[in-house]
Design a protein around this ligand. Structure first.
Ligand code: PMP
Length: 457
């Protein structure tokens, strides 16, 4: 199809995720055509440096031939195997074992999904089932964080704390609660890590006391909040929240959909602090976006509770494509690339370069905050660095930034509240980081040159 026909057809028929429908119709789609390494090519022939790994998922970078090879072999041998009726396939079983080997030691059992939203949804269903099966049916309330993101399933979107996911969707549910996130830049505690941690633990204790521990099922959090604007808590925060959950007798669920698979340095962010969750959700980097797959990992205690509690009945949770053999074969090869392929090590080695590049932009007139861990980072733009006041939404600064970034052949995520998110692939070279920061500086300078933006400072 010619590009203009594609754009017209997209406008008429294809519904895009998380977008203003009328704004998309007016703007039209940017069709991506091919990709290699850290670069995307669009249908207009532009080569774009991808500083967001697709949607924080293509951690191994594009064009990894070995993944194409294993996927082709698996498709040829066995393109599909149901997990129903006691069937299974070798790649799915091997990937489950591999994940258990690599994940925090508390996690012993794996249920595969198609992505992150259904991993969270599965976790919610398993938790509810667990408490009902083990004789504590009152434990129904779920606690998460403001600015948290836990996908867009019909219940999980209520744990997500972004207003667009609730408005007109009748969410959150009365059993879903949100506590302030550990957002140093905009917290009264600032960079006082101990005060920030104590405030979060205190808020969790107070909420559980208010609801009654006998009524609270679980606390969900991302080790670093992604879609809420890359909120990086101080070291020690995750561990303190985990320990608080243990004391309060509620399950601790780590949503590592973004932070997993080398994004923050180690394979899982929990590992950096020796945190052992009761459940963990993963997706994205599990297959690096080469095929859809997510998973929920659970502790032996939760698994045995469900298995014993319902020993004679079927646990009615399933997906046709759970443990899909092609996705699983890809997942195994992706794990090999992280370890034997050296990508995890490269990500760790490049972390300081990424951090330094972001921090250097603190000198830019538009930038108020720089935050990062591993290859996950953000800049927050402000109109006034002293008061930290943001920009008038009427200025549509994020849209200006995104348009300017495209002109400068750079892709990252410009959030609506003037936070710019970055998640470069683990295969980035030093030269690619230099290019990223040269293009990013030019993007910010070009926006600053716009008279309406200058006038707002
Ligand atoms: N949890 C987190 C922490 C996420 O970042 C995301 C996706 N950005 C999800 C869940 C949902 O994953 P998916 O989009 O694959 O459904």
């Amino acid at each position: 199809m010619p590009i203009q026909t594609l754009i017209e057809s997209d406008r008429k028929h294809l519904i895009h995720p998380v977008i203003n429908y009328r704004a998309h119709e007016a703007r039209g789609v940017t069709v991506l055509e091919s990709a290699h390494g850290a670069f995307l090519r669009d249908a207009n022939g532009n080569e774009l440096l991808d500083a967001f790994s697709g949607l924080w998922c293509v951690n191994v970078g594009y064009g990894q031939d070995s993944i194409v090879k294993v996927a082709t072999e698996q498709m040829t041998r066995l393109p599909y195997a149901t997990g129903y009726f006691h069937f299974g396939s070798a790649p799915a079983i091997e990937l489950a074992e591999k994940l258990v080997d690599l994940a925090p030691a508390s996690l012993q059992h794996v249920y595969f999904t198609l992505g992150g939203s259904d991993a969270v949804d599965s976790a919610l269903r398993f938790i509810t089932h667990y408490y009902n099966a083990t004789g504590r049916p009152a434990k129904k309330h779920m606690i998460a964080l403001q600015r948290g993101y836990h996908g867009s399933s019909s219940v999980g979107a209520g744990l997500t704390a972004l207003p667009a996911f609730h408005r007109n969707f009748n969410l959150p549910l009365p059993t879903q609660h949100h506590l302030p996130s550990p957002y140093a830049y905009r917290s009264a505690h600032g960079n006082d890590a101990q005060a920030l941690i104590a405030a979060s633990v205190g808020a969790l204790e107070a909420k559980v006391a208010e609801l009654g521990a006998e009524n609270v099922a679980a606390f969900f959090c991302e080790p670093i909040q992604g879609s809420g604007g890359v909120i990086v808590p101080p070291f020690g925060w995750l561990k303190a929240m985990r320990e608080a959950c243990r004391k309060l007798d509620i399950l601790f669920v780590a949503d590592e959909v973004i932070t997993g698979f080398g994004r923050t340095g180690p394979l899982f962010a929990c590992a950096a602090e020796g945190v052992e969750p009761d459940l963990m959700t993963v997706a994205k980097g599990l297959t690096s976006g080469y095929a859809p797959m997510g998973a929920v990992l659970m502790s032996d205690a939760v698994y045995q509770g469900i298995a014993d509690g319902d020993a004679t009945a079927i646990v009615g949770h399933g997906h046709t494509y759970s443990a899909h053999p092609v996705s699983a074969a890809i997942g195994l090869e992706v794990m090999r690339l992280y370890h034997e392929g050296g990508l995890l090590a490269n990500g760790v080695a490049q972390g300081p370069r990424f951090a330094a590049g972001l921090d250097a932009l603190l000198a830019h007139p538009l930038v108020g905050d720089s935050r990062h861990r591993g290859l996950l980072g953000a800049l927050e733009l402000v109109a006034d660095k002293d008061s930290k006041e943001g920009f008038d939404p009427a200025l549509k600064l994020s849209e200006r930034i995104a348009a300017s970034a495209y002109q400068n052949r750079l892709v990252f995520r410009a959030f609506g509240d003037n936070i710019l998110g970055f998640a470069p692939a683990l295969c980035y070279t030093a030269d690619e980081f230099d290019l990223l920061f040269a293009r990013l500086k030019k993007t910010l300078d070009d926006v600053l040159d716009q008279p309406e933006v200058r006038a707002a400072l």
